[in-house]
Design a protein around this ligand. Structure first.
Ligand code: SAM
Length: 273
């Protein structure tokens, strides 16, 4: 018998993954959480029916949401991830020798628990001495935060508790929470399937940040497989990858990708012009 996980990514697009076994299912205070083993991408984490991460392609997302902004900052010491309860972004941030504190602000403790249990290779950084975990709403947390070098919004889609993570007021609070050379990066969905959301996020970020950029990465289990990240910076971005970062152990990000990541396909450039 074949069992398939299907995600209705939009009204007209569906992703199907053949499931070998269901490992966990629970309804948390915030969402429905499912962990399954799939034939093609290995273990899969699903929240409210939407793929969050798979063992097969998580490295692309986690490397690109972290190494791009951390390489653009002259000396990132204090970094925060809002959402990101699987821990993948924290694992990557801790590869940067300059980082002294990596804070995770996750509303749902159960996501962290499930990741520690079923995705130890992703959650591996959460027990590091430089990792600090806060189980609270990122929208409130950021209002009292200050002096951060990089803040990363690694959120679910803009529904439910994540809705307020996609509005200009939130980007303003992040601007206030950042230090002098501060950088914000937010995952901003697919240019094929959510072009208007990308425009909304970029316009929202531009209301507070003088410098804005968009970049892309190929993530096969996310809607359309082509994903976007929106960036806002308080000032100039570092243009050359610092020597100590050139040999970081990565599988997708390279210094060459860093140099070219803001070269966009024409239809995406037109979208954000
Ligand atoms: N990589 C993923 C993606 O793009 O599909 C996101 C992964 S991560 C698991 C997303 C996390 O954001 C979830 O664990 C969810 O609980 C958390 N989250 C949603 N809204 C939040 C909020 N307001 N504050 C903090 N965390 C939030």
């Amino acid at each position: 018998m074949k069992i398939w996980f299907t995600e209705d990514q939009t009204d007209g697009v569906r992703l199907g993954l053949k499931v070998e076994s269901l490992l966990w299912k629970e309804t948390t205070a915030y969402q429905e959480l499912v962990v399954a083993n799939t034939e093609s991408y290995g273990r899969l984490l699903v929240l409210d029916g939407a793929v969050q991460t798979t063992i097969g392609d998580e490295f692309v997302y986690h490397e690109m949401i972290t190494h791009v902004p951390l390489s653009l900052h002259p000396h990132p010491r204090k970094v925060a991830v809002i959402g990101g309860g699987d821990g993948g972004a924290i694992r990557e941030i801790l590869k940067h020798p300059s980082v002294e504190e990596a804070h995770l602000i996750e509303i749902d403790e159960k996501v962290v628990e499930a990741s520690r249990r079923f995705f130890p290779e992703i959650a591996v950084g959460l027990d590091d001495d430089r990792a600090f975990l806060h189980y609270t709403d990122g929208i409130q947390w950021v209002k009292d935060a200050h002096d951060f070098d990089v803040i990363i919004v690694d959120s679910t889609d803009p529904v439910g508790p994540a809705e307020g993570l996609f509005v200009p007021e939130f980007y303003r609070s992040i601007y206030e929470a950042l230090g002098e050379h501060g950088i914000l990066v937010a995952q901003s969905e697919s240019p094929f399937l959510q072009p208007h959301l990308i425009q909304r996020v970029m316009t929202g970020i531009a209301q507070s940040f003088p410098v804005t950029r968009l970049y892309l990465a190929s993530i096969p289990t996310y809607p359309s497989g082509l994903w976007s990240f929106s960036l806002g910076a308080k000032g100039d971005l570092v243009s050359e990858v610092r020597p100590e970062l050139r040999d970081m152990p990565t599988r997708y990000w390279t210094p060459q990708i860093q140099r070219s990541c803001f070269d966009l396909p024409k239809f995406v450039e037109e979208l954000v012009r």
